[in-house]
Design a protein around this ligand. Structure first.
Ligand code: PLP
Length: 500
């Protein structure tokens, strides 16, 4: 299987090239030229395997040029019971009769990003070796909070890599900030930037595509790559957990073979829900894909109208990892919905860059609406949902997952659809202790994140993950803030390259 660029179909690269480069030279994203198929028999067979067995089987189809043994090694190094708490790696919690919370946050950093970022460094170093590239890989990350820490944990001290993370100064929770500021490792660097996530992401993309930066790195035997979900190596591990969740429902007898389930995803950059879309088109019986947004509801509006318009106020919410107005991975979905019309897609993306908006043709909007339902949830409703879910089921969900639960309920009310539903649960609630505490009606003022976490634990009886508790003892190692127009000089100095 090969990969092509969303903005130029003449580009055809191998899996290892797509992963080692991260983004195509002309700015497009790599997409697979075909999708492997999961027949009912194959799903049934996968249901009998462990998580690592399922992952190795599915990755095998996407990673031409990797041997079965190489894939096995990567998967077994990434998904261990030690790092994810249990052999099952993910967990399904049933709420009521027909809703399953797919808990993707049992990894080292307590967010679903670990599912991809524990595996990506292994895929990346293997890819670089296969491509015969001898440069040190410099991973540049723009984070809305969770990607940064997960990428730092994944790449720390990985030979042949350097990692630099930018997070928005005012856009992440105190716990998220502390997770990054205390990161250990010889090859890591972290800076806050003045601005929001979109500023960070745009800055990183600009550095990637700046020929002068590329040249200066090359002179020092360095080359950029990406650990953001623009990298295909981030998406393919995410496809696995949707397939795996369906297999779990089958083997637990919760669904009949072939029974359709809906999937709800709290969405920001559109990576997670896009992985569910791929799983569906590979043959997992998925009905509706439900795209849940917070008050930054650019995707809700897009699904409703066919017009994507980022010209609006950026709202800082209690679900910061979804505070995004430019959802990068939508470009991949549009490429598929437009039957690979790279020229038309390039025009849309140029319009987004120039005017901050574009409108897709009616036929594309209709296809989009046939597969996706879009909804959003206000701050008040997010808080109310956290409280209601706890009161009703004694289940504590984080601020992002609560957005998904709320939109899931809106969907059921509006459509009357009673299909069983998987909700992607994307973070542990203790990453956002102040917001979760306040949502439950408790006073969260004047206390730090650890006091808030302890108060929340007393109130709910839910355990604080040890990897968050440990942060209290760790020294803060990174305190730099840079302006968005000086990100490039921060990168050069972090890499020890003189600034001219
Ligand atoms: C990153 C993140 C999201 C959004 O996921 P996308 O793949 O960017 O759509 C949702 N919830 C949490 C907790 C996250 O960290």
């Amino acid at each position: 299987m090969n990969y092509t660029s969303t903005r130029d179909k003449k580009v055809v690269v191998s899996a290892s090239r797509a992963i080692s480069r991260g983004i195509s030279a002309e700015g497009g994203l790599f997409v697979p030229t075909s999708l492997p198929q999961l027949s009912p028999e194959r799903l049934n067979r996968l249901a009998g395997l462990s998580y690592t067995g399922r992952a190795a089987d599915i990755l095998g189809d996407f990673l031409d040029g990797f041997s079965a043994k190489e894939i096995q090694n990567c998967v077994e190094a990434a998904y261990t019971a030690k790092k994810f708490g249990e052999e099952s790696i993910t967990q399904l919690a049933k709420l009521g009769e027909s809703t399953y919370m797919l808990e993707l946050w049992h990894g080292p950093t307590c967010a679903f990003k670990d599912m991809a970022l524990q595996l990506l460094p292994h895929l990346m170093t293997e890819s670089v070796r296969k491509e015969g590239e001898e440069e040190t890989v410099v991973i540049l990350v723009a984070t809305s909070g969770d990607t940064g820490k997960a990428a730092l944990e994944g790449f720390k001290d990985v030979p042949g890599t350097e990692i630099i993370v930018f997070y928005p100064e005012e856009g992440v929770s105190p716990m998220q900030k502390l997770q990054m500021a205390t990161q250990e490792g010889e090859n890591v660097n972290v800076a806050a930037i003045e601005g929001n996530f979109d500023d960070a992401q745009t800055g990183v993309k600009r550095i990637f595509t700046d020929p002068e930066m590329t040249r200066r790195l090359a002179k020092n035997r360095l080359a950029f790559s990406s650990a953001n979900s623009i990298n295909w190596g981030r998406l393919v591990p995410q496809i696995v957990y949707y397939v795996s969740a369906y297999c779990d429902l089958l083997s637990d007898g919760e669904i009949r073979p072939g029974e359709k389930v809906n999937v709800v995803v709290p969405t920001g950059n559109f990576g997670n829900i896009l992985a569910a879309y791929y799983a569906k088109h590979m043959g997992v019986p998925i009905g509706r894909l439900i795209c849940a947004s917070n008050s930054n509801k650019v995707l809700t509006d897009f699904i409703a109208t066919g017009t994507y318009d980022r010209n609006r106020e950026f709202i800082t919410t209690m679900s910061p990892s979804m505070d995004i107005l430019i959802s990068s991975n939508l470009e991949r979905l549009l490429f598929h919905l437009m039957d690979g019309d790279d020229k038309a897609l390039r025009a849309l993306m140029e319009s987004l860059a120039a005017e901050g908006r574009y409108t897709v043709p009616d036929a594309v909007r209709e296809k989009l609406q046939a597969e996706f339902f879009g909804g959003y949830c206000s701050e008040e409703d997010t808080a109310r949902t956290i409280r209601e879910v706890f009161e009703q089921y004694c289940y504590l969900c984080d601020t992002h997952t609560a957005v998904a639960v709320n939109v899931c309920r809106q969907y059921a009310e509006q459509t009357g659809d009673t299909a069983k539903t998987i909700i992607a649960s994307t973070a542990n609630p203790y990453k956002f202790p102040h917001s979760v505490l306040a949502s439950l009606g408790a006073d969260a003022g004047g206390i730090d994140e650890f006091e808030a976490a302890e108060k929340l634990a007393r109130l709910t009886g839910c355990e604080i993950p040890p990897q968050l508790l440990e942060l209290k003892q760790k020294p803060v190692l990174f305190t730099r803030t840079c302006r968005k127009d000086t990100m490039d000089s921060f990168v050069l100095s972090a890499l020890g390259i003189a600034c001219r």
